[in-house]
Design a binder for this molecule. Sequence first.
Ligand code: PLP
Length: 349
Amino acid sequence: MEIKFIKREKLKEKPLGNLGFGKYQTDYLLYRDYKDGKWEDPIIAPFENFSYNPSMYVLHYAQETFEGMKAYRTNEGKVLLFRPLENAKRFMRSNERMCMPVIPAEEFLICVESLVKIEKNWIPSEKNSSLYIRPFMYATDIGLGVKASKTYRFVIICSPSSEYYKFEPTRIYVEDYYVRAVKGGTGEAKCGGNYAASIIAAENAQKKGFSQVLWLDGVERKYVEEVGTMNVMFKIAGKIVTAPLDGSILPGITRDSCLKILKSFGYEIEERKLSIQELIEASKKGILEEAWGTGTAAVITPIGELYYQGFTMKINNFEVGEVTKKLFEHLKSIQFGEFKYLDWSYEVK
Ligand SMILES: *Cc1c(COP(=O)(O)O)cnc(C)c1O
């Protein structure tokens, strides 16, 4: 694999002020086409619109997968990625599930690293901001027959981004009608289709004043699965409880990192089914101590309130809990290179 580079004539102006999330695009993108059963060489080119035939498969049947990662600037000016091999491996699994060609993990990493190296001036230096990296792949065959495409495009775009949300407690609506995923479906693949199906619930919840929904399992609508774009964890009577990865949940890298950190802190972890009824009971008994979401974009999102069928569970008096805060600070200090932990930081040189 050899990466071609097409230089821009003139670089863009960098945006000032609040960057938001995903709003600005950098100078370049990387793309790599798949045809005749193999991947062509990737090209790093000026960020421009793509032009397409409206019959392109992905526009009709959503054969698409993606990843989400960040590049962080350390105080010394180094550029770090956080556990990027895990993203590479998950992307392979998502693509297998969606009948799409796989990019070997090492090649995925080289693509991400090469683009980030060129775009490193776009990594913001404001506190808690970073360069969000979005690798994705989609079907590019032309036609309307329902089958796996024979051609694909892999793309990486980058966006300088501020903190996703303010680090403060959120109100979450427990969805009791719509479901996100079922075992055997695509819940454990990171694909756009999962989101297309779930937007309606998030929209309804937002109209009622909640920031996101908590999904229950798709069969009994009884067990807690995950929150919007995040995995979710609870502290109940001192123990950390989270749903197991059993086919309908997205295996978050932040989730895995949090569990490892919490274990190192000495907490007892239970990856098990947790019913909404058990949460309500725990809340009534006063042992539902903390709740938070985990994901690359928002890192850790404190949950201050869960609403389920007329019942409101207030958590920790709608204040950020101690473990939630400790976890957030610890994870950030690893991601921003202030603290070295295992081999989780990967320097882009
Ligand atoms: C990406 C994603 C997550 C979080 O995964 P991370 O690897 O921690 O960023 C959780 N749930 C869903 C549905 C996701 O798409």
